[in-house]
Design a protein around this ligand. Structure first.
Ligand code: GLU
Length: 292
């Protein structure tokens, strides 16, 4: 069989602005895809309608554009793909892998889920995973699966499709061959490979990028990291993120257009230089507001 063309993606959740950590992830994924002569897709992961806002999607797309990132084809918007997720659940249920479950999250921390085979017709939908193999990461090597994985949530009792389902269905349908994302999702990869196998797919390659660590922990939307572009010009942010990813920025300058910076960085991408562990990120211009 011919090798499928390299296809990568950036898959932000629009529950906040594009912060420095997300720019690093997009940058790593973009450089990797373009250095392989591959396709690079944008996917808006807005299945959690409670947390996501269309205003953030618009702002993220504007910022990605200002930073010079280009994507192939139209963005995939998960909130418009209920049909594909429901079809996948139907297929998994037919195979006896997906089932309705009445357990609460608290119950599942205390005892195994007894719902598979009970023929329930309401509640959350969960997946019993097949035997799992280690996932393969270009930086981290083999990622071992958990010994006794709990059933994976596919759909909440409120009818929201869960991250794993939407992510795997979309990666498969878009022909994603390599998943480049933040290291917070490293341990999820063997589980996603298991789900992908049940849907007839083979595992992608993985490249989990280091998280940025501020004085208050991982930079994330939850702790209200500010929009990257509130901290500097697109060029300054790209140069800063290249440095955080361990890339050689010599000869690159803030006077270059963002796309030229990206082109130059693509031609000198060094995977070996990417730090494997969290990268301290000076956050003098960022102190998260107090309170939740
Ligand atoms: N949507 C996730 C995020 O914004 C990324 C998921 C993925 O790349 O698989 O962190």
């Amino acid at each position: 069989m011919p090798t499928p063309p390299y296809t990568g993606r950036f898959a932000p959740t629009p529950s906040g602005p594009l912060h420095l950590g997300s720019v690093c992830t997009c940058l790593g994924a973009f450089l990797r895809a373009r250095s392989q002569g591959g396709r690079f897709l944008l996917r808006i992961e807005d299945v959690d309608r409670g947390r996501c806002r269309p205003g953030f999607t618009d702002a993220i797309r504007r910022d990605l554009d200002a930073l010079g990132f280009t994507f192939d084809g139209e963005p995939i918007v998960q909130s418009r793909r209920d049909g594909a997720y429901e079809a996948a659940i139907a297929r998994l249920a037919k195979g006896g892998w997906a089932f309705h479950c009445a357990c609460t999250r608290a119950q599942l921390t205390r005892r195994p889920c007894p719902c598979r085979g009970r023929g329930l017709s309401a509640g959350a939908v969960r997946l019993s995973l097949p035997p799992l193999a280690p996932a393969q990461d270009l930086l981290h090597g083999a990622i071992e699966p958990p010994a006794h994985p709990a059933p994976l949530l596919l759909k909440t009792r409120d009818g929201l499709y869960a991250y794993h389902l939407a992510c795997v269905v979309d990666d498969l349908e878009s022909g994603v061959t390599e998943v480049v994302r933040g290291a917070d999702l490293l341990g999820q990869s063997p589980l996603q490979d298991g789900l992908r196998a049940l849907l007839g797919g083979t595992p992608p390659a993985y490249l989990h990028l280091p998280l940025l660590l501020g004085a208050h922990g991982k930079l994330s939307k939850q702790n209200r990291a500010p929009a990257a572009l509130s901290l500097g010009t697109p060029q300054e942010i790209l140069l800063r993120c290249l440095a955080l990813l361990g890339q050689d920025t010599s000869g690159l300058s803030g006077a270059m257009a963002p796309r030229d910076l990206l082109r130059a960085a693509t031609s000198r991408l060094s995977l070996g230089a990417i730090p494997r562990h969290g990268v301290p990120c000076p956050t003098s211009q960022w102190t998260p507001p107090p309170g939740p």
